[in-house]
Design a protein around this ligand. Structure first.
Ligand code: HEC
Length: 149
């Protein structure tokens, strides 16, 4: 049996491969960081958005709703609720409508799933809406495909 792969050739392949893929790895990390920074700069997390996220978490909205597909499938997707409520055409109208919706729960309409009432004050409601608006501006590559959620 002839020895085609010498010890030194095997060592060169090992070290060469390690260096090659390490360089690719560093390049991919640099790409991710640059892209993440650009995304963060385009859609900054303001203090109000951050506060809104805390309110969202405190009231466990995710126990019934999904946000960009994650969460419970009892109630509508809210990642694009800002768009669904007309936020792109009329931001003030969408803000008022979202706040009014949350304030007026439960509807008590027979045959419809009910959302509980949450005691959320005006400024917290604004922060919550800022969070939902911010979420709708994440580049999800057009997901969900329909505005209905
Ligand atoms: C116990 C389950 C439950 C929880 C918790 C809940 N919701 Fe809901 N939510 C619902 C249901 C059910 C609907 C749909 C009701 C309907 O269409 O009549 C709804 C609808 C909505 C809508 C309107 C969506 C649309 O497209 O019409 C918004 C906005 C909303 N919820 C926001 C919230 C926020 C914000 C929280 C947390 C503070 C929350 N929900 C917590 C059950 C829940």
């Amino acid at each position: 049996m002839s020895e085609t792969l010498t010890k030194s050739a095997a060592r060169n392949i090992f070290f060469g491969g390690t260096v090659f893929f390490f360089v690719i790895f560093v390049g991919l990390v640099a790409h991710s960081v640059t892209k993440a920074n650009a995304i963060a700069a385009a859609n900054p997390v303001t203090p109000s958005v951050a506060a809104g996220k805390h309110i969202w978490e405190r009231h466990a909205c995710i126990d019934c709703h999904t946000l960009l597909g994650e969460g419970a499938y009892f109630a509508p997707e809210l990642g694009n609720v800002w768009v669904r409520f007309g936020g792109l055409e009329s931001p003030d109208g969408a803000r008022d409508a979202l706040k009014a919706w949350i304030k007026n729960q439960p509807t008590g309409i027979a045959g419809r799933r009910q959302m509980p009432h949450f005691n959320i004050n005006e400024s917290e409601l604004d922060q919550l809406v800022d969070f939902l608006k911010w979420t709708s501006e994440i580049d999800t590559q057009k997901w969900p495909p329909q505005v209905s959620g």
